[in-house]
Design a protein around this ligand. Structure first.
Ligand code: C2E
Ligand code: CA
Ligand code: CA
Ligand code: CA
Length: 278
């Protein structure tokens, strides 16, 4: 038994070492990728049910790796969060989103820009001041920006993070809870923190037009948001039937492949212009 135990130990040891090596490698690759301009942003339009037009967009990162090709954020964001590479990467993401938001403004398309932020990015003293400075330097108003954060940021109760959140909100920056309903969902943070939007995760949307229970659950989430004076964005809407149900339930904003996949800036501009004509 002792022998097996020792072998087992060595087995895990080797596996853990391999995993650690992979992390270090990916960490270095991400830092290099930021320096060499391998990342780019795509934008997904967000439909405003009330106005019947696209009034917001979400910035989503992509990695064009020189050898491995196009890499999904699902394959590098969580590693970047754990190694700390998310900080330089996130800095680049915000800077690029600001440049593009400014460009959309100058073309007469003043959309609200929603940017994903990882919890780890808030865990830096005075990072809010740095971001506010970047926004001002880009010539944008805070009101034009939304930061998408997850519930875990409130659950962790780390004061540095929460001070940064509160400062940003005080300056007029809006906050959205991403992947709403998929985390620990203690919900009470919704009454304690300044939240402007909840984004209902696509796992709640997929059956909304075909299953009564899924529809009832979406109705509960939307009605709860209304009581709390928080606006609702439905994510992952792919069909007209889903759109119709969500419209009926009083959802405020719709995002998903039904309208458009995330697009590169030039294609996104063409899409928004086209949608304004038709
Ligand atoms: P998320 O923030 O929940 O983003 C929504 C994801 O759903 C995006 O995947 C988007 O392309 C996809 N999506 C949009 N509409 C539909 C639809 O109708 N059907 C389906 N099946 N999917 C749809 P993406 O771009 O692969 O991003 C995955 C995740 O990576 C994001 O989930 C977010 O958590 C993270 N991420 C992406 N960009 C950034 C970033 O700039 N910073 C940080 N920190 N995280 C990011
Ligand atoms: Ca998001
Ligand atoms: Ca989401
Ligand atoms: Ca997410």
């Amino acid at each position: 038994a002792k022998q097996i135990g020792r072998n087992t130990y060595h087995f895990y040891d080797a596996a853990m070492q391999k995993e650690a090596d992979r992390f270090v490698h990916l960490h270095n690759e991400i830092l290099k990728g930021v320096q060499q301009g391998q990342f780019f942003l795509v934008y997904q339009p967000i439909y405003d049910v009330q106005s019947g037009s696209f009034t917001k967009c979400e910035a989503l990162v992509r990695w064009q790796h020189p050898e491995r090709g196009l890499i999904s954020p699902l394959d590098f964001i969580s590693v970047a969060e754990r190694t700390g590479a998310i900080r330089p990467l996130g800095h680049w993401i915000l800077q690029q989103a600001l440049v593009d938001a400014k460009r959309f403004n100058s073309l007469g398309l003043p959309l609200q820009m929603s940017v994903n932020r990882s919890s780890q990015e808030f865990n830096v003293h005075h990072v809010a001041d740095e971001w506010l400075q970047m926004i001002a330097a880009a010539g944008l108003d805070c009101e034009q920006l939304i930061f998408e954060i997850t519930e875990s940021l409130f659950m962790d109760r780390i004061s540095v993070q929460q001070n940064n959140i509160i400062k940003l909100h005080q300056q007029g920056l809006q906050l959205a809870i991403d992947d709403f309903g998929t985390g620990y969902s203690a919900l009470n943070y919704l009454s304690r923190y300044p939240v402007n939007f909840i984004k209902i995760d696509k796992s709640f949307i997929v059956d909304v037009a075909t299953e009564d229970k899924a529809r009832a659950l979406a109705a509960v989430l939307i009605n709860m948001a209304k009581v709390l004076d928080v606006q609702v964005v439905a994510e992952g809407v792919e069909t007209k039937a889903q759109l119709d149900v969500l419209h009926q339930l009083g959802c405020d904003f719709i995002q998903g492949y039904y309208f458009s996949k995330p697009l590169r800036a030039d294609d996104f501009i063409a899409f928004i212009r086209q949608s304004a004509i038709t």
